[in-house]
Design a protein around this ligand. Sequence first.
Ligand code: AHG
Ligand code: MN
Ligand code: MN
Length: 286
Amino acid sequence: MLTIFEKIKQIAPEIDKMIKEEDLGYSQNCNATGDEQLKLDVASDKLIEHRLKELSLVKAIISEEKEDVIPVHENGKYTICYDPLDGSSIVDVNLSVGSIFGIYEGEPSGDTLVGAAYIIYGPRLEMITAVRGKHTRHYKYGNSELFTEVCDIMMKDKGKICAPGGTQKYWYPEHKEFIKSLFDEGYRLRYSGGMVPDLHQVLLKGGGIFAYPPAEDKPKGKLRALFEALPFALIFESAGGMAIDDKGERLLDSSPKHHHDTIPCFFGSKYEIERLKEAYGVANNG
Ligand code: AHG
Ligand code: MN
Ligand code: MN
């Protein structure tokens, strides 16, 4: 696992440089979910594929940008599912974006996820890692061209911010009600449109909630289970937070049928997630 994190540390400054210096325009293609691909989506995907293939413990890789599983080393132990560039729609306006990695031992699913990491390309280059049953750890990239560990992250029981994803017009009534009740209680809105910076903010502020609910236009949400929701679920749970779906079940108990399946998801500290369960009428689940 540590070898994989070391490889991700090597990848981070390479993609950071790419984002800062290369063409941000569209390629001529769409990915497996039908999103238009930026040249940067394609270039970061290629770079990560190339780097992960250098590791003999990698059995296979699955990218958000590719339809199929790519076999790597027959005797490898881990399948790595990744979103090479999260936040494609906000890179042109110079907001923070990221890369997300889920490390699975066996067929990718909530219970086989053993490690996770994300890189955030912001004003600073940072990385967060989580190992199942252990900790969530924060690293910053410094002058010496190395990542140094900042601390282990532990969330509080309650926060002050709310990051509500999706289109309000299409939210179901229970969701509208829930978000309104948080704002009525004094929560402040924090939403950039990139799950990496939005979840990073909730995590580092020690609490709050990020929601990507099911809605009329997207009954299964928008965020993809293997590359986006599950890695963040492990990161939040290992930091003492919670990550559930709209039925109140832990995301880490879910098993997506297809590699590109999406899942409604909610991440936060205990107080907000318990409130959400009440609002959705699923308080006894999970
Ligand atoms: P990607 O750039 O990999 O397609 O993912 C973008 C995602 C995620 O980062 C973000 O939270 C969400 O899209 C925002 O969606 P809305 O604009 O619908 O809120
Ligand atoms: Mn994404
Ligand atoms: Mn992406």
